[in-house]
Design a protein around this ligand. Structure first.
Ligand code: AMP
Length: 114
């Protein structure tokens, strides 16, 4: 089902887009939880990480990680480190059911998460 992220992909609503490939789009989170908070999404609609399987989506997932590393370098947080998060389903607090990788950085994070 189409979400607000489909509208961002289709340029129907604005977003601060930082990176784009044929298959992947990355834009700044509207409610940042860290100095760098970017969402990396595939252009195809996949609701959550629970619908991922390696055979079908391995290439796409690899590309999302390539994009994350590339952006981390551009944002100057690659060496110091960063956090990549997929919230998947209700208990994880997923709000938008179009799979997205959070790239968070620019500060130190706690573990375990809240
Ligand atoms: P999640 O809880 O993992 O589903 O995260 C959804 C994220 O999308 C939240 O961090 C929101 O702040 C972010 N978000 C929602 N709408 C927008 C938007 N229009 N542009 C950028 N980020 C958004």
């Amino acid at each position: 089902m189409a979400t607000i992220f489909s509208k961002i992909i289709n340029r129907e609503i604005p977003a601060d887009i930082v990176y784009e490939t044929e298959n992947v789009l990355a834009f700044r989170d509207i409610n940042p939880q860290a100095p760098v908070h970017i969402l990396i999404i595939p252009k195809i609609e996949i609701p959550s990480a629970r619908e991922i399987n390696g055979k079908e989506h391995g290439q796409l997932l690899g590309e999302m990680f390539d994009v994350a590393n590339e952006i981390a370098k551009k944002e100057g947080i690659f060496e110091e480190g960063f956090r990549l998060v997929f919230n998947s389903g209700p208990n994880a607090g997923q709000e938008v059911y179009h799979i997205h990788m959070h790239l968070l950085g620019g500060r130190k994070f706690k573990w375990p998460p809240g």
